[in-house]
Design a protein. Structure first.
Length: 234
């Protein structure tokens, strides 16, 4: 990448943020290979990894840019406080579903509950795209919390159901957790340039609408792909 920048190929340079993500991806692939991550041998475990990776990417896109959305699109006077209020509401409502969703999944099936929780979080993305009313956005925080709390407990249940070997539980859980940490690095790189471009063009609201449309797509993909996991209850 340094060589690319020094040669100034077609006038395009790779900034430090993109370099960081590329290096993170290379290291992640190396870790997965080192810890014997084999999708062909363990397809259910691979699908749980993929669904978590994509879903968390959608969640972190919302979380990373929420404060700026409150400032630029909703137009609140104190975006930090507004974001805090949203997060508090998410935390409180997620406590309710974190327990009950796990219990229900034991009786009704994991996938069905994931479909419901994923749909709730995707719906919040739709609300962010369609309206910029502070009251509605804050109320959407409660809806997001219901979906997020349920998804977290269900996701743990899913991975426990499909761990490849009883001889390497800790290693495999570490591999699975990469699907949580990697989106935290990727989400800002996906959304940051998009928001900057539309802000410079004088239309930041459209930038946020496109950003949250991306989040909706990721949440939907992360929800729908659960159907490919064969070794869990429907």
């Amino acid at each position: 990448m340094a060589l690319w920048n020094s040669l100034n190929v077609v006038g395009i340079s790779i900034d430090s943020t993109v370099q960081q993500v590329v290096l993170e991806l290379i290291v992640t692939i190396g870790i997965l290979r080192l810890f014997d991550f084999n999708p062909r041998r363990d397809p259910d475990f691979a699908w749980v990894f993929i669904t978590r990776l994509v879903m968390m990417l959608g969640i972190y896109i919302i979380q990373t840019f929420l404060q700026y959305y409150m400032r630029d699109a909703v137009g609140v006077a104190h975006p930090e406080q507004a974001t805090t209020n949203f997060v508090i509401l998410v935390s409180l409502t997620s406590l309710v579903t974190a327990f009950f969703a796990g219990w229900l999944s034991d009786h009704l099936g994991r996938k069905r509950m994931v479909y419901i929780s994923g749909s709730l979080m995707a719906l919040v993305g739709v609300i962010f795209v369609l309206t910029h009313s502070y009251i509605i956005v804050i109320a959407a925080g409660a809806l997001f919390g219901l979906g997020y709390g349920a998804y977290q407990s269900l996701d743990w249940a899913l991975v426990v159901d499909v761990l490849p070997s009883d001889k390497s539980f800790a290693r495999d859980m570490g591999v699975w957790n990469i699907a949580l940490s990697l989106p935290q690095v990727v989400a800002p790189v996906l959304g940051g340039p998009l928001i900057d471009a539309f802000t410079r063009a004088g239309n930041p609201v459209l930038g946020y609408q496109l950003l949250f449309t991306m989040a909706i797509i990721y949440c939907v993909i992360g929800t729908v792909t659960v159907r490919f996991i064969r070794g869990v209850k429907t």
